[in-house]
Design a protein around this ligand. Structure first.
Ligand SMILES: C[S@@+](CC[C@H](N)C(=O)[O-])C[C@H]1O[C@@H](n2cnc3c(N)ncnc32)[C@H](O)[C@@H]1O
Length: 190
């Protein structure tokens, strides 16, 4: 199982008794995480998504629009950096977001020029602290160390988790210094 699949397994287990009413995909990319989150939403729930590339929003939209019977769930995507999410999301999201997923790095099958960066990722994660529902939240961050700046980004994500969620679960091949690392925190492991 790769770490994208692992992240979905952890989220699915978390959602088992409490489907999210508000979920955020901080890096839409090819829309696989967005599709998973959208399908996991409670009836009447909403998924917000962010990406800095138009192609990512278009692909994610078309994946979700291809689902049958999704009319009781909604989505709203922003062509914006996730570092702005805390002021772009409606005020009623503050303290009410049940699930947030980051899958860092570059858009798969792209020219790999645009990647997430340590600075904007940290700023987004700091914003997440005001958004999560303290009674019910899951935060999944998959960090790739292989791209330029990826090592620094992963170290910053690691510091963020140890400072804010010291009991978070961390997965990866720790023998391999450039392999991806998955960080997962929820209200069940704080
Ligand atoms: C690994 S991909 C995401 C994969 C995606 N979740 C999926 O399921 O296919 C990383 C994405 O992050 C996006 N990205 C880069 N910097 C960003 C930023 N500051 N804010 C939001 N998205 C960003 C890239 O454009 C890219 O599409």
């Amino acid at each position: 199982m790769n770490l994208v699949q692992k992240s979905h397994v952890l989220l699915r287990d978390f959602f088992c008794n409490n489907s999210p009413k508000i979920a955020v995909d901080a890096t839409l990319g090819r829309g696989r995480d967005a599709l998973f989150l959208f399908e996991s939403l409670a009836d009447g729930g909403i998924l917000y998504g962010f990406d800095v590339q138009k192609a990512a929003l278009e692909e994610s939209r078309s994946l979700i629009n291809s689902l049958p019977c999704s009319s009781r769930k909604k989505f709203n995507f922003f062509l914006e950096s996730h570092s702005n999410m805390h002021f772009l999301l409606p005020l009623d999201c503050r303290g009410n977001v049940d699930a947030i997923c980051f899958n860092l790095g570059w858009l798969p099958k792209s020219d790999k020029i645009i990647t997430t960066s340590a600075h904007s990722t940290l700023s987004a994660l700091e914003g997440v602290l005001n958004l999560i529902n303290p009674e019910n939240f899951a935060l999944s961050v998959l960090s790739y160390r292989g791209h330029s700046g990826g090592m620094e980004e992963c170290a910053i994500v690691g510091d963020f988790f140890s400072n804010n969620f010291p009991h978070a679960e961390i997965f990866g091949d720790f023998e391999n210094p450039i392999s991806p690392v998955l960080f997962f925190a929820s209200n069940k492991n704080i």
